[in-house]
Ligand binder design. Structure first.
Ligand SMILES: Nc1ncnc2c1ncn2[C@@H]1O[C@H](COP(=O)(O)OP(=O)(O)OP(=O)(O)O)[C@@H](O)[C@H]1O
Ligand SMILES: [Mg+2]
Length: 182
């Protein structure tokens, strides 16, 4: 489409900015995200939270996952399957594969995103894995995208299969973009 940035152009721009962050900045981002996510009322009552093990350049989830587990929350982590779908395992437990439908029991899903808009349009890494996983959620589930501040953008190309997120959390902002499932 003329005048619009393609999904891949946006992915490349964000990847470049992510690589440039220092270890100290990354640690601060992870702490800020921890505080903001733990402050969400839906998270304080959640029994199961689906999270992800962040790559070094992604918004960090390690302190957040540790805090959730410390509160007795069951934390699920995705495992990428050969067909691009996601299987799930329990964080900190022996790797028992729960299957792709395990996400259906998550009260909150913390999902990675490359960029999001203030209306909940989400760009991922291009596999469509989260689009497939989020489509299985019941209306009661809350989907929270974790991003850096400069990844909340004006426009993200949206296709019919793209799943919207209900909340966007970045180090300096918590945005209610939904609800899209309730
Ligand atoms: N429900 C689905 N079933 C099968 N394939 C799908 C589905 N949703 C998306 N895909 C496939 O995934 C491809 C990539 O989608 P998209 O560009 O939206 O990825 P993304 O949102 O960046 O990735 P992700 O969701 O893994 O973070 C689509 O072109 C499509 O082929
Ligand atoms: Mg998508």
């Amino acid at each position: 489409m003329p005048g619009t940035v393609s999904k891949n152009d946006l992915r490349r721009a964000v990847a470049g900015r992510r690589q440039a962050r220092s270890a100290a900045e990354r640690a601060e981002v992870a702490r800020d995200l921890e505080a903001r996510v733990l402050a969400l009322p839906e998270v304080s009552t959640a029994r199961t939270v689906a999270a992800y093990a962040s790559y070094p350049s992604e918004p960090g989830t390690a302190p957040l996952r540790a805090a959730l587990r410390g509160r007795g929350v069951r934390v699920l982590l995705p495992v990428l399957l050969a067909d691009g779908d996601l299987d799930w395992v329990v964080d900190g437990a022996a790797p028992e594969h729960l299957g792709s439908t395990a996400i259906m029991r998550a009260d909150v899903v913390l999902c990675p995103a490359t960029a999001v808009t203030a209306t909940g349009a989400r760009l991922g890494k291009g596999g469509g894995s989260y689009d497939r996983a989020l489509a299985r959620l019941p209306p009661s589930a809350l989907v929270v995208a974790l991003v850096h501040d400069d990844e909340v953008v004006e426009h993200v190309p949206v296709e019919p299969h793209d799943q919207l997120v209900d909340v966007v959390v970045s180090p300096r902002r918590t945005l209610r973009t939904g609800p899209y499932r309730a």
